[in-house]
Design a protein around this ligand. Sequence first.
Ligand code: CMC
Length: 424
Amino acid sequence: MPNAKLILNDKEYEFPVFAGSENEVAIDISKLRAQTGAIAYDPGYGNVGACSSSITYIDGDAGILRYRGYPIEQLATQATFVEVCYLLIYGHLPTADELEKFNARLNKHSLVHEDMKKLFEGYPPSAHPMAIMSAMVISLSAYHPDLLDPEIIDTNIMRLLAKFKTLAAFTYKKSVGQPYVYPRSDLSYTADFLHMMFSVPTHDYDIPDVVVKALDLLLILHADHEQNCSTSTVRMVGSSQANVFASVAAGVNALWGPLHGGANQEVIMMLEDIHKDGGDVQKYVNMAKDKNSHFRLFGFGHRVYKNFDPRAKILGKAADDVLNALHVTDPLLDIARGLADAALSDPYFIERKLYPNVDFYSGIIYRALGIPTSMFTVMFGLGRLPGWISQWKEMHNDPQTRINRPRQIYTGETARDYVPVDQR
Ligand code: CMC
């Protein structure tokens, strides 16, 4: 491919151009500052490729999402979450033997150190589960010290994957004041999570197949999404050679924000508000269009998807299927559909290419499974975990990785002299 040319102050510079395996084109400006003295300015990184990656491909205009080349639609209907974890982390679908060994390793590592229960005791029951999750993930590095030996790294990756679900369920138990329920090695990853969430000492939760399948679907759809905010955070922190627990704990924090993973909680709160307010969806569409209202339609819009979000398409249909199978009627589903119809036919949303995203319907399904709203973002984290891990691993093993250190354009005061306090 011919070089890209830049003219700055009448001088011409050339920069190499290269393409990815799906022909997405990049201009390599890694020498831009060294050659020209200028930096590339792109707040929010809308046009900056911070790495090359072989994990996930998205075409936002065509609504395509693939993990390691496999279309999300196929994985969603045919794979289990554990298979997808293996695929993302190791790069290929596991053979039957590999899957059995992987499951055995997940079972082996699913208990958390007993002392960690004392950490939970220190939190008030009202604590947001994401605050506790972040602290628990970084705390794992205190119990499983970081060593640069690749085998230990792989074991720590398994520990993180296995223990995250136990910690997530403990976080819920803490919030409702019930005793913690230990993992069971005879259950699948997803069924075990549900067991730890909903079993109590007096009664084992009878895990319906439809609930396991619905949860598997939700987790698969969240499993990776290339360089989103939390994943970029994981890579950013990991680029300083911080361990996988520290890097993923940072990802948990980034996910919590309402513009990212926290949106699934916001969607349900918004739908509840609309419901209480009489169900007038148009009023809320109008509010979202009014720049003075500071209100956004949560679960709508995406930095990358400008046609449709394939995950939302799958979940929109699954919401009907799961609620029907569980004989659940949720008025919020009707409100969500009405809101989506009103927004999708409105010129404001059409012009800006704003469509329902993955968070729009996920909360309605989580509610039907009995998962409380405060846990929704933790559920997103449980799903995104293999993505964070695989991206951290890829970054860690990439010889091109340098510590992430963006530049800035300084707009503050120019040099001035200090004035003693009595003369100000
Ligand atoms: N409601 C109303 N207006 C919106 C919305 C929305 N949900 N999203 C974007 N806009 C408008 C925005 O005001 C702007 O208008 P204008 O051009 O007049 O200034 C235009 O659309 C472009 O928006 P942007 O904020 O510049 O787009 P972005 O790429 O920076 O932000 C987003 C993407 C997802 C943060 C944003 O669409 C948003 O805030 N959505 C609601 C929160 C949400 O659902 N987040 C979950 C995203 S999917 C899960 C994940 O991967 O995290």
